[in-house]
Design a protein around this ligand. Sequence first.
Ligand code: ATP
Ligand code: ZN
Length: 224
Amino acid sequence: METQRLRIAMQKSGRLSQDSQALFKSCGLKINLREQRLIAHVENMPIDILRVRDDDIPGLVMEGVVDLGIIGENVLEEVQLIRASQGLPFEVKTLKQLDFGGCRLSLAVPEDVTYTGPQSLAGKRIATSYPGLLKRFFDEKGLGFKSVMLGGSVEVAPRAGLADAICDLVSTGATLEANGLKEVEVIYRSKAVLVQAPNPLSDAKQKLIDKLLPRIQGMQQARE
Ligand code: ATP
Ligand code: ZN
């Protein structure tokens, strides 16, 4: 049975958690997220907040298991590319780009390596958690490469002899520097976005969303 409460998925713990929580708060949602629960009930509105790993959010929204989700564009775009490569659709509605979660997906090579452009990496091994976005970049340049898929610790791959370069998320560059790497190419720029499930929602849920969106808009304008 479909719940009448609007369900919103957010990252449980990580780089998007605090800002997502702050966004809800600024929209007037009263939530107690201190308890380590999967689902938090909003006290003053018919909304439930589901706290999960960020990687689970695109699937949950796509399937309509939740009505809304806050997720990095990088994850959304990657899922879409991987599904497209398998001939599968990926439909979610992007309602709003948010003003947090900013980062870039970049190519980085060991500091002592000479880089003169993407062709410097032709045929090389590149470690990444984003094989779809990486492949699109090299496809557009007409260059080949070998993808080394790593779910984490991507930045240690060159030193460990697993790869010649990496393609990873960067915000300040401190992690790269600490691992003896230099950023040589930005291949994707990302922010967090609010997404909605593809199928129409009940009138009550849609009305609630229509009430929340201007609040988010107002909040972001005030912060600019
Ligand atoms: P989870 O345990 O939920 O899977 P995670 O380790 O995959 O967490 P985080 O590192 O918390 O994810 O990053 C979540 C999102 O935050 C990224 O997908 C990206 O959109 C954004 N982000 C912003 N800055 C950075 C950064 N410097 N490094 C990585 N991600 C960043
Ligand atoms: Zn993740």
